[in-house]
Design a protein around this ligand. Structure first.
Ligand code: ADP
Ligand code: NI
Length: 207
């Protein structure tokens, strides 16, 4: 055999960042199909878009690491998948011939994104700061409100339980933003939540 086993099944693999990003979008489309608690394909794309917007302002960081981590940040979320050591992300990246060093940087960024794992702790790398901000932006503002109630409903929580989640987490996210761009977008989204909660509290008051 001329090429050896290691090339078997690896024809037409993307060998540039653009092809790889497209492959990653296809992969997450299959991974999050049918999700109704706010962790769907669109969430991953919005996080990707937020990250690109922040990256344009920051003008620093490894764009491919940011893109891959943004798209893959929930593929090993313990609430959704039963994996350890970022197995899904690693397998996907390895099967697409991504260099080991890049894979390590991507999973390091993924590890620094989660609120439940890191709280308001600032990630050590600029890529981590950008992707963490991008994910948290999708938890606040109008989209954050929609996702919170979708999450609450799909977990059997009452409306008041979800209002409590705003106090305990969502209203704190603005002050935890790492980047300049993240802070600007977060300020606007925070005001939308405050206005919404004021209206909601009046509407929910049953005397
Ligand atoms: P992380 O993995 O960063 O800790 P989560 O996966 O818990 O974040 O949260 C993702 C989304 O689900 C956010 O939009 C968040 O507001 C929402 N969410 C998480 N927990 C609750 C809850 N108890 N009530 C309502 N929404 C929630
Ligand atoms: Ni997320």
């Amino acid at each position: 055999m001329i090429y050896g086993n290691k090339f078997l099944g690896r024809t037409n693999m993307p060998n540039d960042g653009v092809g790889l990003v497209e492959q990653t979008k296809k992969y997450i489309a299959t991974m999050f199909q049918g999700n109704s608690d706010g962790h769907d394909y669109d969430h991953m794309i919005r996080v990707y878009n937020n990250a690109m917007e922040i990256y344009k302002i920051e003008k620093t960081g490894d764009i491919l690491v940011i893109q891959l981590a943004a798209l893959l940040h929930d593929v090993d979320d313990h609430k959704l998948f039963n994996t350890t050591n970022y197995e899904n992300a690693r397998k996907f990246l390895m099967s697409n011939n991504v260099p080991e060093e890049t894979i390590e940087r991507v999973v390091d960024v993924i590890g620094s994104v989660s609120f439940s794992k890191n709280g308001l702790q600032r990630p050590a790398t600029i890529e981590g700061c950008i992707v963490q901000d991008a994910d948290r932006l999708d938890a606040i503002g109008a989209i954050g409100i929609a996702r919170a109630f979708a999450f609450g409903g799909s977990h059997g929580n009452t409306l008041l339980d979800t209002v409590d989640h705003f106090e305990k987490k969502l209203l704190l996210l603005r002050n935890g933003m790492n980047t300049k761009g993240g802070k600007v977008i977060a300020n606007k989204r925070h005001s939308i939540m405050v206005a919404f909660l004021r209206e909601l509290s009046a509407d929910m008051d049953i005397g």
